[in-house]
Design a protein around this ligand. Structure first.
Ligand code: ZN
Ligand code: ZN
Length: 391
């Protein structure tokens, strides 16, 4: 076993430590915080050293602001500090040691003062900055909420298959440029054939709130039927089954989605908001809200909204969509308005109850990103080692 592999296993065992080894004062929390901030700082320094390869043009405004470098400086200092505290408190030094090493490496590479060192070879970019900022923002927002208001209190942050879901998060962030480009393909083609100038001007002139709500309704209607089609057609189901293979619901579970399903879902749901000429401000606000909303409905949150849950999709509603129970099969396709499920006969929300578990009976989907990528094309390796021919 190589020392690096050995260190990786030790680090993983530390992150997944049982409750007795992560109680307050054990150096676990400071170690995890230090590691996350050290790694985030190190990756952001890489993006500053090779901006042509690792940055997203859409993030430029944020990156060029004074707060970005101040935040990076703070992350590196805090990462170093937390890791040092963990090294003092904790018997095992791998958590703290890794955080210290990453923060020091980032400083050696230039730290928050880093400037471009690697020229930009192609127009192709990978959203490494997007990954780090998205993960920090979503994690720091949802992890404390999930700790305070957990539906399943015993569920660990580093629960089963957290690495797989984090990898999905990484891939969809790195590929943001390609995904965005391909997402708008069908909508742009429609506009070439039918410019809809008059209608677009009228829609774009509506009050912003009306536009925002209209986008929500139209997008969810398209999403409902695309989603339902993915459940109905066996070949498409194999793509969507990857999303349903998650056996744990939390803020990261929603990231698990086959690359081609992301493309299909996004490129169809953007059609109404792009073709009908909604104001870009309303569209951008919706994209931000739908990201938070889709994270929220997967989250491990026990929040009950007695009246609201009849009108808007809540975690309990979408958790039933992922439920392992028979009654949970092919129900609750909407992601904003349960109204669509009521209208089309797929609504299921028993009073007070939550599903007993999540996933697909028999667990037909193999484990791991690569095997799951290959799964819809047949021949995916099953978890028991055999080769699956048919769903
Ligand atoms: Zn589904
Ligand atoms: Zn889901």
């Amino acid at each position: 076993m190589s020392p690096l592999h050995d260190a990786r296993l030790k680090l993983r065992a530390e992150l997944e430590a049982p409750p007795a080894f992560r109680r307050f004062g054990s150096g676990w929390l400071s170690g995890v915080l230090g590691l996350v901030l050290g790694l985030a700082g190190f990756l952001l320094v890489l993006t500053l050293r090779a901006p042509g390869t690792f940055t997203t043009p859409e993030m430029r405004g944020l990156r060029d602001g004074a707060w970005f470098r101040f935040g990076l400086h703070f992350a590196l200092l805090a990462g170093f500090g937390c890791s040092a505290i963990s090294m003092v408190l904790r018997k095992g030094k791998i958590l703290g040691g890794s955080g210290v090493a990453l923060a020091l490496l980032a400083v050696l590479l230039g730290g928050s003062e880093s400037t471009e060192a690697v020229p930009d070879p192609t127009a192709l970019t990978f959203g490494l900055d997007f990954f780090v900022l998205r993960l920090l923002f979503t994690g720091f927002l949802f992890i404390p909420l999930e700790r305070l208001f957990a539906h399943r209190g015993e569920q660990h942050i580093f629960r089963t298959e957290w690495r797989e879901d984090l990898f999905y998060f990484l891939v969809s962030s790195l590929m943001v440029q390609i995904l965005t480009f391909l997402t708008f393909g069908p909508a742009s083609s429609i506009l070439l054939i039918a410019p809809l100038t008059g209608l677009r001007a009228w829609v774009g002139g509506l009050p912003m709130v009306v536009q925002f709500v209209a986008i929500m309704f139209l997008t969810d209607l398209v999403q409902y039927w695309v989603h339902r089609t993915f459940h109905r057609i066996p070949w498409l189901w194999k793509f969507h089954a990857v999303h349903h293979s998650a056996q744990t619901m939390d803020w990261m579970a929603g990231a698990r989605m086959h690359f081609f399903e992301i493309l299909a879902l996004r490129s169809t749901t953007v059609i109404p908001m792009f073709v009908l000429g909604f104001n870009p401000n309303a569209v951008n606000a919706y994209i931000f809200v739908v990201y938070l909303y889709s994270t929220f409905v997967h989250a491990n949150l026990n929040w009950r909204f007695p009246v609201i849950e009849k009108l808007l999709v809540t975690p309990r509603f979408h958790h039933w969509h992922h439920g392992i129970e028979k009654e949970a099969v092919d129900v609750n396709f909407a992601i904003h308005f349960p109204l669509y499920d009521k209208l089309f006969g797929t609504y299921f929300l028993p009073e007070e109850k939550w599903p007993g578990g999540y996933g697909i009976p028999g667990n037909p989907v193999p484990k791991g990103y690569v095997e799951q990528f290959k799964y819809p094309f047949g021949g995916g390796k099953r978890t028991d080692g055999s080769t699956e021919k048919e769903a």
